[in-house]
Design a protein around this ligand. Structure first.
Ligand code: ZN
Ligand code: ZN
Length: 137
């Protein structure tokens, strides 16, 4: 059995492919639910407000956003920046333009060079408030 220290609480646990122990993962799931429920009722709430009301660290909320599990609805409530060009984004790690550019570069590099128009018509155009992309656990 592979025994490791939980990267969150430091306790030892039987490693099963995750960096945190089962208890921490349960806690995180609960925290995620609270944040999600709060955002359903209060769309466009500021992170600080969400953090206060749900008792979840803003760091954690930002992590959920980075993972693409939550999405900011209010355009004025931008707290994330694209990791490539630093443009404000609502979810994930890169802005739409960079995603398209990177896709283009990728396609060029494999010799295709086709227009990536299909990318823009995907999830990005959907104005959904909360994107749930659960990893199977
Ligand atoms: Zn833990
Ligand atoms: Zn960008």
């Amino acid at each position: 059995m592979d025994i490791r220290n939980c990267s969150n609480c430091g306790k030892i646990y039987a490693y099963d492919g995750f960096n945190t122990c089962t208890q921490c993962r349960k806690d995180e799931e609960k925290a995620f639910k609270r944040v999600k429920d709060y955002l359903y009722k209060n769309p466009g709430a500021a992170i600080s407000e969400v953090s206060e009301e749900t008792d979840v660290e803003s760091k954690k909320i930002i992590e959920f956003l980075r993972q693409g599990r939550l999405e900011i609805k209010d355009e004025n409530n931008i707290i994330l920046g694209c990791e490539r060009c630093e443009a404000p984004i609502r979810t994930g790690r890169f802005c739409e333009r960079c995603m398209i550019e990177m896709q283009k570069e990728f396609k060029m590099s494999i010799g295709g060079g086709k227009e990536p128009k299909d990318i823009a018509s995907g999830d990005f155009k959907e104005r959904i408030r909360i994107a749930e992309r659960y990893r199977k656990r």
